[in-house]
Each structure stands twice: as structure tokens, then as C-alpha cells.
Design a protein around this ligand. Structure first.
Ligand SMILES: [Zn+2]
Ligand SMILES: [Zn+2]
Length: 266
């Protein structure tokens, strides 16, 4: 089996620090066959360059890495963050970039980050989770140009809320239509090993969400570390592939020039 890290941030992202070639060398060393970079496009006013990335630099570093590591797959993708007032700019940047792969993401609700307690402040866990999934469902319905939904239960990473077992039925009113919509639109679901790193004791999504997506007919799964620093590159990707197969999926999904390629586990 060949293993790929499909969620990775280099210093092209405002919050990444490591050059692309260095990341490729580390993933090769860790036993990976490829990495697809998913640099942030997060069109918020207070971000450097309006949340857009330096495409020229990105493209030239990717080309350089492809020459340096010819037997290793290097994908040029983006993680497009949902910003309701800036969707035209986001979609235009995604289209213009001619990327291999696009993750759709929700990181902020009313400009409040979902992961650090700002959004959940003053809410019970049930309130925070319900509001988050309701907003995510509405956001995904309006996201046009993406291949795979990233970290569907990112709210579980919230630093202020207790870490609890995830009970699907408590949020099925939001998650069932969300998963059905992804399947109907031919969009995938991401398994993100950042959950393991960020105190959730399991990757995103919770196993029940992953199994429900499969049961409803979902077949498109990418797997990534969501790494921003060298130590989390390729983090537990092999373990996650095992969980995906155990959940009943027959393929891991790869993308090149936005074209889906399904690679069987066996
Ligand atoms: Zn993200
Ligand atoms: Zn990310």
C-alpha cells in the first residue's frame, strides 16, 4: 500500500513555517509516497494579503520539489476557508490557481475561531456542537468549488470544551443531510489525523460519522495530517488508513488536476 498525506501546510500558508522541499524530504523519510499541499486561502480582512497566497512562489516551489523528488508525488492544492462575505474572492482564487485538489473548510463562525474556545464561550457543549453543525451544513450548501470537506467535526478540537465520546444521534438532524449532500454532489470526506494530536483521542471525523458516510453510500475519502510543523508531518497516516479500511471503505482517494482517482486498499 502506498501512503499519502493529503493535508499539509508549508510556509506558503500564513501559519506554516517549513519549506515545501523540506516537507517532501521528511515525508519520504517517514515512508510516504506523496504529499498534497493544501495551503490556506482564508479571505478575511485581518489576514496577511487578504488571506490569499503567493501563487508564483507556491508554483515555483512545487515545480522545484517535483524535480528534486521525481519518484514522489507532489500535489499542489488549497484549503479554501468559508468566509460568507468573501465567497466570490475565494472561489475566484481557487479557480485561477488551477490546483490539483481543493479542501473545503469552516474555521470561523462570525469571525470567531472554532478551535480555541472563542466561538464556544458561554455555550454548553451541546449548544456549541449544534450551532457549529448547523452553520457547517448551511456553509457547505453554498460552497461551490471543492473536492473534499475537511475536518467535519472540527468543533471537537475546541480547547475549552470537554473531550467526550461523540454521539451521532445527537446531531443526526444536521449530519445526515450534510453527508447525503456530499454524496449527492460527488464530494468526499476527509480523515484528518490532527484530531489525535489535538486531544480528541481519535482522528476527525468521529468513527460514527465515518461509518454513517459509508453506510449512506459515500466512497470518497482522503487522509491527511493537517501538519503545520515538521513534527506532525505524516502523523499516524498509516493508522488512519487502517481505520478507513475497517470502516468499510474499499478505496483511498487521490486527486490530480481535480480528477478523482480511487486506489483500492487491496
Ligand atoms: Zn483546516
Ligand atoms: Zn489545514
Amino acid at each position: 500500500m502506498k501512503y499519502y498525506d493529503y493535508h499539509c501546510h508549508s510556509n506558503i500558508s500564513f501559519d506554516g513555517r517549513t519549506p515545501i522541499a523540506e516537507i517532501c524530504a521528511s515525508v519520504i523519510k517517514a515512508g510516504g509516497s506523496g504529499v498534497t499541499f493544501t495551503e490556506h486561502i482564508e479571505c478575511a480582512q485581518d489576514f496577511p494579503h487578504g488571506g490569499l497566497l503567493d501563487w508564483q512562489q507556491y508554483h515555483s516551489e512545487i515545480e522545484q520539489a517535483r524535480k528534486m523528488f521525481p519518484d514522489f508525488s507532489v500535489g499542489m492544492g488549497v484549503e479554501a476557508g468559508w468566509q460568507p462575505l468573501m465567497q466570490p474572492q475565494t472561489e475566484a482564487a481557487v479557480k485561477a490557481g488551477n490546483y490539483d485538489f481543493v479542501l473545503g473548510s469552516l474555521h470561523y463562525i462570525d469571525d470567531l475561531p472554532i478551535y480555541n474556545g472563542a466561538f464556544s464561550e458561554g455555550k454548553t457543549l451541546k449548544q456549541a456542537y449544534s450551532e457549529y453543525f448547523a452553520v457547517l451544513l448551511a456553509a457547505v450548501s453554498e460552497m461551490v468549488d471543492f473536492d473534499v470537506l475537511a475536518h467535519i467535526d472540527l468543533i471537537r478540537r475546541d480547547e475549552q470544551l470537554p473531550k467526550v465520546d461523540f454521539i451521532y444521534n445527537d446531531y443526526a438532524d444536521y449530519l445526515d443531510p450534510l453527508l447525503k449532500q456530499l454524496i449527492e454532489r460527488g464530494k468526499g470526506l476527509e480523515v484528518n489525523t490532527g484530531g489525535w494530536r489535538c486531544g480528541c483521542y481519535e482522528p476527525h471525523p468521529a468513527p460514527e460519522i465515518l461509518r454513517r458516510y459509508r453506510k449512506l453510500g459515500g466512497e470518497i475519502i482522503t487522509c491527511g495530517s493537517d501538519s503545520h510543523v515538521p513534527r506532525s508531518l505524516f502523523y499516524r497516516i498509516k493508522d488512519a488508513y487502517g481505520l478507513i479500511e475497517e470502516a468499510g471503505f474499499k478505496y483511498i482517494s487521490l486527486f490530480e488536476h481535480r480528477q478523482l482517482k480511487q486506489v483500492p486498499f487491496k
